[in-house]
Design a protein around this ligand. Structure first.
Ligand SMILES: [Zn+2]
Length: 91
């Protein structure tokens, strides 16, 4: 699989580290219930199909990226710099 980094161009996926689902939004630590924090930390969807994921380009520009990928075919629909993406936004 190749990921097209917005800064570095198309690179092998081995240059990147996968963090996980890009959709969960961290609850406010002062007001969140224990159940809400538990869900944020441990509960993840495992979709078959379109999925927004966080990847880190550790062997390149060290940018965090949001990659929209089909988990069945590994086809990548979009790659965005994470700092420019609204947190928790569903694309
Ligand atoms: Zn890069």
């Amino acid at each position: 699989m190749r990921i097209t980094c917005p800064h570095c161009g198309a690179r092998d996926a081995q240059e990147f580290s996968y963090l996980g689902d890009a959709n969960p939004k961290r609850p406010d630590g002062l007001d969140a219930t224990e159940a809400a924090m538990h869900d944020y930390v441990y509960q993840r969807d495992n979709p078959a199909g379109r999925h927004r994921e966080l990847w880190y380009h550790g062997a390149g520009c060290h940018a965090w990226l949001v990659v929209t990928r089909d988990t069945r075919s590994h086809a990548i629909e979009a790659v965005e710099v994470a700092s420019t993406v609204r947190s928790g936004a569903a694309a």
